[in-house]
Design a protein around this ligand. Structure first.
Ligand code: COA
Length: 158
């Protein structure tokens, strides 16, 4: 069974992430959307809130599950018999950042390949911080996040 992981801080999950997760599910037998800690970021949503939002967003998508982990991604990958780390690439700056992480993860967990999926052009400018900012000022985020979590995000961030 080929198992992949889509790691990120998902603060909150966006349509851009959803696109990558759905396309990963076409390629692998099981895809875990993994809420991991980025020590350089201070998140607004707690890990539990982020997992709950993701679980709602991916409900009904076959082969996709949600998990959370605090530690090195490479440790999770090794412990869970994962063969691929799937990341979305929106721009050349994403690639520079991801390339460095991919090399580090390859050294720490040679059992897994990092697989890059290019973002859908429609979602190239979307990011979690953009959504947080729009919602914080009372804007409409329904074009940027899955419909089932729009209300929850707007209520929480207003
Ligand atoms: N569509 C839309 N937005 C996307 C996107 C896509 N396809 N891909 C990424 N983004 C956005 C995210 O929303 C996020 O936006 P923000 O900065 O406004 O919050 C930004 O791009 C970066 O996202 P991501 O690539 O998920 O990076 P991250 O910093 O959130 O997550 C981790 C990086 C958590 C995967 C990484 O730090 C990690 O692996 N941590 C665990 C510890 C570890 O192993 N460290 C060593 C790594 S070698």
């Amino acid at each position: 069974m080929k198992k992949a992981v889509c790691p990120g801080s998902f603060d909150p999950i966006t349509n851009g992430h959803m696109d990558i997760i759905k396309r990963a599910a076409e390629l692998f037998d099981e895809v875990t959307v993994l809420v991991v800690t980025n020590p350089d970021k201070k998140c607004v949503f707690s890990p539990e809130e982020r997992c709950a939002l993701i679980a709602k967003a991916v409900e009904g998508i076959k082969k996709v599950k949600v998990d959370t982990f605090s530690g090195l991604l490479a440790d999770y990958v090794r412990a869970n018999d994962i063969c691929a780390i799937v990341k979305g690439i929106r721009s050349s700056s994403d690639f520079e950042y991801e390339f460095q992480m991919a090399l580090a993860n390859r050294s720490l967990a040679p059992c897994a390949e990092t697989v890059f999926i290019t973002a859908d052009p429609q979602n190239m400018y979307v990011s979690s911080s953009l959504i947080r900012q729009i919602a914080a000022f009372g804007g409409d985020v329904s074009d940027f996040v899955p419909k089932v979590i729009v209300e929850e995000i707007e209520k929480r961030l207003k």
